[in-house]
Design a protein around this ligand. Structure first.
Ligand code: HEC
Length: 153
């Protein structure tokens, strides 16, 4: 609970810094980036912030996807459903709206993503400030989850 409170405080702090630093900065930003702009300009160009800078996608590897499915059901399904939105967004279609690197960084580094990445911030707001949880997956486990996402996309 304390962590959540600290986290919210830091968000408020960041928000107040960015709007306070320049008196008309807010207006300029609003004019150049209307709501939804981030998503409309190629969102898949965004690789997010975190340890993953490049992912090669070949043929779907069924074994890896199976491992990912098990991890997803055990660690993620409390908040995510494949077909519909729940506590977090639906998984279906994710490969069309996000880059594979972004998805992995979101799973491995959600705290920083939600604070600094334009898309993650927006999704966080859309989901009523419910934060994506860091489930402590390894990079390899995260790659398996990504493989599973490819099979349900
Ligand atoms: C405690 C609830 C919770 C758990 C557990 C959780 N998530 Fe999330 N997740 C969210 C919420 C809420 C969001 C949207 C808000 C945000 O981005 O902070 C989200 C966002 C995401 C996104 C971005 C979706 C999009 O459309 O942009 C991905 C990908 C994701 N989660 C994957 C996972 C995976 C994989 C796991 C398991 C390892 C997981 N999540 C576990 C709550 C959760």
């Amino acid at each position: 609970m304390k962590n959540v409170v600290n986290f919210l405080f830091s968000l408020v702090f960041i928000a107040s810094c960015s709007s306070g630093s320049n008196s008309d900065g807010e207006n300029k930003e609003a004019a150049s980036t209307p709501p939804g702009k981030v998503e409309q300009s190629d969102p898949k160009a965004n690789k997010g912030i975190g340890p993953v800078s490049s992912v090669e996608l070949g043929e779907i590897n069924p074994e890896m996807a199976e491992t990912g499915k098990g991890l997803f059901n055990a660690r993620c399904s409390a908040c995510h459903k494949v077909e519909e939105k729940y506590i977090g967004p639906a998984i279906k279609g994710i490969m069309d709206r996000r880059s594979p690197e972004w998805i992995m960084n979101m799973i491995l580094n959600p705290e920083e993503m939600v604070q600094k990445d334009a898309i993650a911030k927006k999704v966080y707001e859309e989901f009523n400030m419910a934060p994506m949880a860091n489930m402590g997956l390894t990079q390899e486990e995260t790659r398996s989850v990504l493989e599973y996402f490819r099979t349900v996309n």
